[in-house]
Design a protein around this ligand. Sequence first.
Ligand code: CMC
Length: 469
Amino acid sequence: MAKQKADDLTMIQDIILNAKEAAQKEIDGNAEPEFTQKISWPVDCKVGPGLEGAIACETEIGYVNGSMGYLIYRGYDIFDLCAYSSFEEVSYLLLFGELPSKEELKEFKESLNEYRHLLDIKRLLMSFPLENMNPMAALRLGINFMRHKQTYRDQAEVVSKAESIATDEDSIAMETPPRGERKSIYEFRKKQYRRPKNVQAGLVGSEGVGSCIRLIAGLPTIVAAIARIRKGHLPIEPDTSLTLAGNFLYMLTGEKPTPLAERIMDICLILHADHGMNASTFAAMVVASTLSDVYSSVEAGVAALNGPLHGGANEQVLLMLNQIGSEANVEPWFAQMMKKKRKIMGFGHRVYKAYDPRARILGPLAKMISATTPELRDFFKIAQTLEKVVNKSFGKDKNIFPNVDYYSGLVYKALNIDHEIFTPIFAVSRVSGWCARVLEYLEKNRIFRPRAIYNGEFNKKYTPINKRK
Ligand code: CMC
């Protein structure tokens, strides 16, 4: 048993280190001095549609080198972080700029553990028809509840932990007085909550960091609760003896994960934690730049991540593989897609013109964990064949390769997770990057306010409504 565990973990380590070696061999291109040198504002840059090439800010948090296909967080290569660290360590690194000492990591984990418990929020979520909602919309709802609680209640010294369970007395009418039954009776107590003084300070200062840690700890609990409520199951209380990744799997499935599953989820979370000025990060930063609060910023990030051109692609990939159905159908299916000028989900990237380093790890991981299940093995074969077909058709010429979303869905499926939860998992990880970048930007905040080129008409004469045709 112990030997099997050690073998599994060694196999994963080998996958990551082999991927690193392959990336280093194939790396070819410029070091992109235009995106790494010190600048002074205003800066000259060539901007394409969709803000391609635009420089929005300076950062020390992370860097994606698209031509060389590498990704770093705070100077550390993503391959090394996957091989040697944990999601907790990476979140600390992103937020605070340095790898934690043993003591710092212990304290950070203790805070995360404490903030995992969101009993009252789970209860609120249970009162909504989540089964009819997009899980990402439900996640925004959960974050909104967190915002409500943190902004007005939990920060006040007067609120004890025991009281926070009865947090929604403002929105739910008082139930009939208890009649003595021992079960199934809710009593919503009336209590005056003092609005904390530092609410006005919003994100700025240490409270901003505190809210970020709450969000990093809270999102797994909310996502797991959403996944279970949608299936008619009760949410599960967090197990603080487990890592963030392990506990997340536990809260999703109700079973303690194997060390292999826990490690794989941990790696997935590390890989998705930050990725430059992607659409959701930018959305979060735009909201923060108005001096809104970090919860609203993260909600904006979730909203942007949901789209199929961004984080929503991971779910679409699995649906696509399902639709293709067999290796034999890959070529005819692909020909149809090309005829209809459709994009192939899980391929292409605005920044990467080389193989996405995250897919270099997720591909072999997907292969490894799908090997023992016939259905998954077939999915993996279809994915591999499609990758070859895309590469031969236009991938090589246009530098279009699988991105992070191509193989991640297969990994999650092998972990027994429903496809509708794939994109929320992306958010469980990316919340670290959103928070780190929002906090960094707020240190020298300037509201985001680009311009558009106006191509409309001028000087039109207003016609009253009853004279219009
Ligand atoms: N399938 C087919 N052709 C593609 C694809 C694709 N997946 N991606 C790009 N192309 C072609 C595109 O048709 C265009 O060709 P041409 O120059 O002949 O018109 C060229 O490559 C450039 O594409 P683009 O759409 O201008 O590139 P973009 O930077 O605006 O879009 C993208 C990037 C990721 C939105 C796009 O590649 C795409 O839609 N991919 C599929 C969705 C997907 O997998 N999204 C996940 C992205 S990675 C994770 C994340 O950030 O969330």
